[in-house]
Every structure is written in C-alpha cells, then in structure tokens.
Design a protein around this ligand. Structure first.
Ligand code: TRP
Length: 337
C-alpha cells in the first residue's frame, strides 16, 4: 500500500532548542518509516520579519545541518528549500483568492505580531498561513508534525481545503496535526514558552557545562522553598523536561523522591542533565561531521528540490484542471483550437 504523505516546515531562523526538538522535530524523525515525508526549510516564511540576507544564507545552511544531524534521512524523506519549488507560491496565490481576509486577521500569531510590531506589518505576515496551507496540500499531506503553537494554522488549512474542495471538486485531503508526546516545555524561567527571544532556552548544540549552568539555576516548583519541603512534580518544569528526556524509572524515581523531599531540586536536575546530554551527544557529533561536508549539504537540497518538484507539478496540473485553465498551460503540447 502506498504510504501516506507527511509535510512539515522548518523556519531557518537560528539555533534549535530542546523545545523545538520535543515539540515537532522528534515526530518528524519518527514518522519517516511509516510515512513518505517531505520536509521544507521555509525561507519564504522566514522573510516575513526583517532579515539580513547574509544571515539568511547561513541560517538555511545551518538549519539543513541541524535537521540532518537530528535524524532526517534524505534516503527516506525529502528535505528541500521551499523557494526552490515555485509551485508553493503558485498554489498560495490560488488559495489566496478563496481565503477571506477575516480568516487571516483573527489568527493568533498575526494578532501577536500586530501588537509587538505595529510598524512592520507586511502582507506576508497576514498571508503567512495561506502559504503554509499551500506547503501542506501541495503534497496532499495527511499528517503534519508541529508544535502546539501551530494548531490555529492547521485549522485554517482545513478550512481552506474544505472551501477549495467545495468550489472546485474533491481535490485535497484535510491534514491532521501530530503533536509531540510532551506538548510543551517551558523556558528556564518556568513561566514562558521556551523561546529564543526570551533567552530562556537550552540549545541543541550546547555542551554539558553550558547546559548545567542553565539548568542549575532554572526555576522549579515555586512552592518548594527549602530542601526539606516536599515538592510538587506536576507543577515543575524540570519534571516536564524529565518526561521529555528521561526513562520511566528516572521519571518515577524523581517524582516519588521529590514528593517526600527525599531528593533536592539539584539532585533531580543532575539526573535530567545526564539524560539530556545522552540524547544530544550523537546529534552534536553528527553535526560536527556534517559541517565538514558542505557539498553534501547542497546535494541533499538539490536532490530534494527535484523530487519535490515532481510531486508539486502533478498537483498543480490537477489544480489548473480544476480551476479551468489547464488547457492553456498545456497549449504548447495540445495546440489551442
Ligand atoms: N509556521 C511553521 C512554524 O513556524 C513553519 C511552517 C511553514 C510549517 N509551513 C509549514 C509547519 C507547513 C508545518 C507545515 O513552525
């Protein structure tokens, strides 16, 4: 039986942190056997905020390396750069024409951007979710591994799909999200989402010493004031991290011993440190190797473009047929009469 398609997009915007890893990346890696996965480095999306072209060049390269190091396998999956498959923007235009503006102005990420940065509200920001919908349905993806923050975008994608199908006939499946087992880990402040701009992250390329410096001062259960106080694992971000990185026996041990003050927060953090480092070590080693193979990185992306383009072209052919302009697209071959 033909495998179902998966699509997910990755913004080339600097270093990856363990929140990205736990939220979406692990699933992106795990889905590779059961599904046919297409992963796009979404440079067009990254352009919706002010950017430096030199940084863009570097970020795309580093992002490709990060994902290969983490376990995206170009033998199994397609890893491509969004802007090299022009069908993404072609389809986005078609979808633009059936998407009411009101659907876009109510998207939470747009509202946030509007508040944070009222002086840089470009069309791309408003249109961001339409391009994302195009990314997904261009490959008729049925499953989309993403972090929780992307759910409104996925809901919108389904609405656009329903509208397209009802206007022009059944063409696209409605994609479903695939969330991580641990949906969200907070930042080291224990309050906000882990986010680069808040400087509360543990990055995938950090050393054990760097991670310990951050973990040792990270906020835990705020009700536990002293070592002798019993703790509440369910209200502790360190415990959430344990659930994302530790084996069951460590999770159970930490929960049990925390509850009766058998261990202190530092003891609990040390166990977590070892488990995070164990998971990151092979990724970091692969990353170092990949950094030496520049040509290989370009090859992967080039090969991804060619393979993605084949699927994308086929979908666009169908779209042009549905919307009544295919004849003209084939004019060279069919001769207009
Ligand atoms: N908006 C996503 C993010 O910021 C990136 C993205 C773009 C994406 N296109 C996509 C994710 C398609 C999933 C599917 O993380």
């Amino acid at each position: 039986m033909k495998k179902k398609n998966v699509f997910s997009g990755i913004q080339p915007s600097g270093r990856l942190h363990i929140g990205n890893y736990v939220g979406a990346m692990r699933n992106m890696i795990d889905l590779q056997d059961e599904y046919f996965c297409i992963y796009g480095i979404v440079d067009y999306h990254a352009m919706t905020v002010r950017f430096d072209p030199e940084e863009m060049t570097k970020s795309i390269f580093n992002c490709t390396i990060d994902y290969l190091a983490a376990g995206i396998d170009p033998e199994k999956s397609i890893l491509m750069l969004q802007s090299t498959v022009s069908e993404h923007t072609e389809l986005a235009w078609v979808l633009n024409t059936i998407t009411p503006i009101a659907w876009l102005t109510r998207v939470p990420t747009f509202k946030e951007k509007q508040q944070d940065n009222p002086n840089y509200l470009n069309m791309g920001l408003l249109d961001y979710p339409v391009l994302m919908a195009a990314d997904i349905i261009l490959y008729k993806a049925e499953v989309v591994p993403v972090g929780e923050d992307q759910l409104p975008h996925l809901e919108l994608t389904r609405e656009i799909v329903r509208r397209f199908n009802s206007y022009f006939g059944e063409t696209f499946p409605e994609p479903k999200e695939k969330l991580g087992a641990v949906k969200k880990i907070l930042g080291l402040d224990g309050v906000n989402k882990m986010s680069k701009s808040l400087d509360n992250c543990i990055y995938l390329d950090e050393t054990k010493e760097e991670i310990w410096k951050k973990l040792s001062t990270a906020v835990t259960d705020t009700r536990r004031k002293r070592r002798a106080d019993p703790g509440n694992p369910e209200d502790c971000n360190i415990f959430t991290m344990h659930k994302a990185f530790s084996k069951k026996e460590d999770i159970d041990y930490c929960a049990r011993e925390c509850r009766h003050a058998g261990i202190g927060c530092l003891d609990c953090k040390k166990i977590l440190l070892d488990n995070i480092v164990a998971e990151l070590k092979p990724i970091q080693a692969r990353r170092q190797e990949l950094l030496k193979k520049k040509d290989y990185i370009y090859e992967v992306l080039h090969d991804g473009t060619i393979r993605a383009k084949k699927i994308a072209h086929k979908t666009m052919d169908e779209v042009y047929e549905r919307i009544g302009i295919k004849l003209y697209h084939n004019a060279g071959q069919n001769k207009l009469s």
